[in-house]
Design a protein around this ligand. Structure first.
Ligand SMILES: C[S@@+](CC[C@H](N)C(=O)[O-])C[C@H]1O[C@@H](n2cnc3c(N)ncnc32)[C@H](O)[C@@H]1O
Length: 212
């Protein structure tokens, strides 16, 4: 589902920062070789991640759901000189693919890949984060919200992907677990006075929640 008129989106893309060549290459190879390539953040969303990161200049970022590393590289663009991004994924089959692009990106030393169940790994992390990018299994979004709420610094942001779930969040009743979880997740953040949240209707819906 397109939330924004296609011609408007084309105009937006043509008048926004170009997609870096390395990310074009990464996206192309993901579409050629990896299952479910639509999971990749892609050009406009990637540039939003990049500019948010550059505005915040984070020391620590946590990404939940690495996939082929597109979002990781976009977020790494804003890290401070001594900054680090921890990125978690349970799929070990794509680690070589990620490494190839992390090496080429120039951010290799700043990226820490952790392989396994994200909820288990998050529990073990002692860092506090300036940015958390939530982009893994939707069934666990509420558990992720609980587990990262005390891991953000004051003023830190939670960026959550797929919050409009192809528009299914509009359904009043649904038998689909992920739709119901995402509806609850969006209400939880809206009602959580510790955060100010805005949903941006780009791609599959991205929300930005700032810890006050
Ligand atoms: C939508 S993709 C991430 C896209 C990536 N952030 C980007 O910007 O291109 C979701 C990833 O989450 C991973 N994932 C799903 N459930 C997970 C879990 N419970 N623990 C760890 N990783 C998980 C999947 O293996 C997949 O690679």
């Amino acid at each position: 589902m397109d939330f924004i008129d296609r011609k408007i989106m084309e105009y937006v893309i043509n008048n926004s920062e170009d997609e870096p060549e390395l990310l074009k290459e990464l996206a192309k190879e993901t579409y050629q070789k990896i299952l479910q390539p639509r999971m990749l953040s892609g050009h406009p969303q990637g540039r939003i991640l990049s500019i948010l990161s550059k505005l915040i200049r984070p020391k620590r970022i946590l990404e939940i759901g690495t996939y082929t590393g597109y979002g990781t590289i976009c977020l790494a663009e804003g890290l401070t000189d001594d900054g680090k991004i921890i990125t978690i994924d349970k799929n070990e089959e794509i680690i070589d693919f990620q490494n190839k692009y992390f090496e080429k990106s120039g951010y290799r030393e700043k990226i820490i890949q952790l392989n396994g169940e994200a909820l288990d790994i998050i529990e073990t992390l002692s860092d506090k984060f300036d940015i958390v990018f939530l982009d893994a299994d939707k069934e666990n979004y509420i558990e992720y919200y609980k587990s990262i709420s005390n891991k953000l610094v004051k003023g830190g942001i939670l960026i959550s992907d797929n919050v409009l779930w192809s528009g299914k969040v509009l359904e009043e009743t649904s038998n689909d677990l992920e739709t119901n979880i995402l509806k609850r997740f969006n209400r939880l953040l809206k009602n959580d006075k510790k955060f100010e949240t805005i949903i941006i209707p780009i791609r599959d819906g991205v929300s930005i929640s700032r810890l006050i």
